[in-house]
Design a protein around this ligand. Structure first.
Ligand code: HEC
Length: 93
């Protein structure tokens, strides 16, 4: 019984720690600031990476355009370009 309790306590601490780490692990590369500034307002930053899959530049363009047009993200065209380049270079296929 005591072992089960300790395991549950450990688990309760371990899960948030893992989530934190996933959130901050964007690759450092040109354009990462644009992603940090524009893509964290509505969902966490690991969202594009874990839910988007690995897309080519065309796929990322479609995704970023969808964030702008469908969800109303206020992203400038200059930032959008930087974000797409960053994502295609670092999270592309
Ligand atoms: C204005 C709010 C908003 C901003 C800002 C935003 N998103 Fe989203 N995003 C959403 C919503 C809403 C969803 C759908 C949520 C869901 O399905 O749970 C989503 C989902 C996604 C998905 C999942 C796949 C998909 O196509 O639905 C990806 C990838 C994504 N966003 C990438 C980005 C990127 C990259 C940026 C920065 C350029 C960004 N988002 C900025 C609102 C936003």
């Amino acid at each position: 019984m005591r072992i089960i309790t300790s395991a549950l306590v450990l688990l309760a601490f371990a899960v948030p720690a893992l989530a934190d780490e996933a959130t901050i692990k964007l690759k450092e590369a040109p354009g990462v600031e644009a992603v940090r500034n524009n893509c964290a307002a509505c969902h966490s930053l690991d969202y594009p990476i874990t839910n988007g899959g690995f897309l080519d530049a065309k796929g990322w363009t479609a995704t970023v355009t969808k964030m702008q047009k469908t969800f109303g993200a206020p992203i400038s065209d200059a930032d959008a370009k930087e974000i797409i380049n960053y994502l295609a270079a670092n999270y592309g296929k």
